[in-house]
Design a protein around this ligand. Structure first.
Ligand code: NAI
Ligand code: MG
Length: 479
């Protein structure tokens, strides 16, 4: 086989103006943190320090919550049509500045430009458009007398889809008449801080959106604030449980979108080449930093050897490297901490007795990288079959009968998503009915649409984002 080499095709970063230092956005103004403290944000593909972001403290959160409370008076007094117009305006501004945001997302977070450009940003705009359309139709969907906005909503988001998680949180919250204090993750705050500029340009009334950066302590200050009416969190199950404990006994709404360890089930009658493609997409999309990643491949025993051979061949064609190269399939791991976690779980998998396949490729000298990896010969008790690795690592288990597939698939504390591959429609329905997962994809994986609700079972959390269900997460029954 001729080993064709790809020529580089680097997206220019000139379109983005990364400031040396950022401010919080509170009450319609850009303000320094009263803590006077900052965190460095680095590019995970080069380890270069890109900028400084505020490490906000209790005082900063106090003023953000106060601003959101004042903003709520204004936001709830304007008509639903006006709220809708603001959301449409934000959606259009996102589209206009889409390239800038995509490049910034890839630089600050490490994801390939083809994903930030063709997946994240179009989805961000689509969510604002979708919820803009709902803002003035709430009273015809439910009785407006029965449902009211919470008021001030605290939103804490992770680093895997920084701007998209912001859109999933802010668009439905604003459409339903709430105001927000949002904290992005400490490794990927830049797109949220640029989004603050966009809200400003859209002329959004002061205090409706407040963006405050910081670490876990900043997030805890939001959760514990006495004037917060609802918390929406996406992140680790560990922190989700801490938040739920902190809110016990308080009249504060809560939705949690936590971890996952999804089964991607391939039956022997599946279209094998398509399934291989879907399995690759299911785990290697966004370096595997995906809560709904298909990280457990469940193969029917009769096709195991054939499938693994094809899968390894396909994996070997994945291109790992510079996130700004348009050819790149797998970018950088988001942080040193995440790389250490992936490395330690993979080492544990090997010492437990799993067979590890990793692709051969050159890795850049600087930055955080992990080779796409596949484990076979795995027992369901191994950590790699149970814990969320949140990296480009796929674990294979086998089954003989559909009943056994369901038993293995559901044998996890998580329940966010699952995949089924078969030519038989009836088998898809039979399987989907029995899977304990919020989303089940059939003969595809990782497909998203703002109109489609997303959320978990069991320890993957509760509440839904997207669709009509997603609106209900931001409305409460009035007394
Ligand atoms: P994390 O859950 O600590 O961070 C998520 C967000 O929560 C960040 O904005 C963080 O600043 C904030 N936070 C941290 N501690 C908090 C607290 N006590 N109160 C309020 N907010 C707090 O996740 P981390 O440490 O970055 O990643 C650890 C593991 O979690 C990953 O390896 C992965 O397995 C999982 N994870 C899952 C995600 C998902 O979407 N399901 C997203 C991110 C991480
Ligand atoms: Mg960063």
């Amino acid at each position: 086989m001729v080993n064709w080499k790809y020529s580089e095709s680097i997206e220019s970063s000139e379109i983005v103006n990364i400031k040396k230092k950022y401010q919080n956005y509170i009450g319609g103004k850009f303000v320094d943190p009263s803590s006077k403290k900052y965190l460095n944000t680095v590019s995970p593909s080069t380890e270069e320090i890109l900028s400084k972001i505020p490490l906000s403290n209790q005082k900063d959160i106090d003023s953000a919550v106060k601003a959101a409370k004042t903003g709520f008076e204004k936001w709830s007094s304007i008509t639903p049509q006006e709220r809708s117009q603001y959301l449409f305006k934000i959606a259009r501004l996102i589209q206009e500045r889409s390239r800038e945001f995509a490049v910034l997302e890839s630089i600050d977070g490490g994801k390939p430009i083809k994903e930030s450009r063709d997946f994240d940003l179009p989805q961000v705009a689509a969510n604002f458009f979708y919820f803009a359309g709902w803002a003035d139709k709430l009273d015809i969907s439910w009785s407006a007398k029965e449902l009211k906005p919470y008021g001030v909503v605290g939103q804490i988001i992770p680093w895997n889809f920084p701007l998209l998680m912001l859109a999933w949180k802010i668009a439905p919250a604003l459409a339903t008449g709430n105001t927000v204090v949002l904290k992005p993750a400490e490794t990927t705050s830049l797109t949220a801080l640029h989004f603050a500029e966009l809200c400003h340009d859209a002329g959004l009334p002061a205090g409706v959106v407040n963006i405050v950066s910081g670490d876990g302590s900043t997030g805890a200050n939001i959760v514990n604030h006495k004037d917060i009416n609802k918390i929406a969190f996406t992140g680790s199950t560990h922190v989700g449980k801490l938040i739920q404990k902190s809110l016990a006994g308080r009249d504060v709404g809560l939705t949690l979108e936590l971890g996952g360890k999804a089964a991607n089930i391939v039956y022997e009658d599946a279209a094998i080449d398509q399934a291989v493609e879907g399995v690759v997409n299911g785990i290697f999309f966004n370096q595997g930093h995906v809560c709904c990643a298909g990280s457990r491949l469940l193969l029917q025993e009769s096709i195991h050897d054939q499938f693994i051979k094809k899968l390894e061949k396909r994996m070997q064609t994945l291109r790992v490297g510079n996130p700004l190269d348009k050819n790149t399939d797998i970018g950088a791991i988001n942080s040193k901490e995440q790389l250490d976690k992936i490395t330690s779980l993979v080492n544990e998998g090997v010492s437990d007795g799993g067979d590890l396949f990793q692709i051969e490729c050159e890795l850049p000298g600087n930055g955080f990288w992990f080779r796409p990896s596949l484990f076979t010969n795995v027992q369901p008790s191994y950590s790699i079959a149970r814990e969320e690795i949140f990296g480009p690592v796929l674990t294979t288990l086998t089954f003989r009968t559909p009943e056994e597939a369901i038993e293995i698939a559901n044998n996890t504390e998580y329940g966010l998503s699952a995949g089924v591959w078969t030519e038989k429609g009836s088998k898809i329905l039979w399987t989907a009915d029995r899977l304990e997962a919020g989303v089940v994809w059939a003969n595809t994986f990782n497909k998203f649409d703002p109109s489609s609700p997303f959320g978990g079972y069991k320890e993957s959390g509760f509440g839904r984002e997207g669709g009509r269900h997603g609106l209900l997460s931001y409305l409460k029954a009035s007394l």
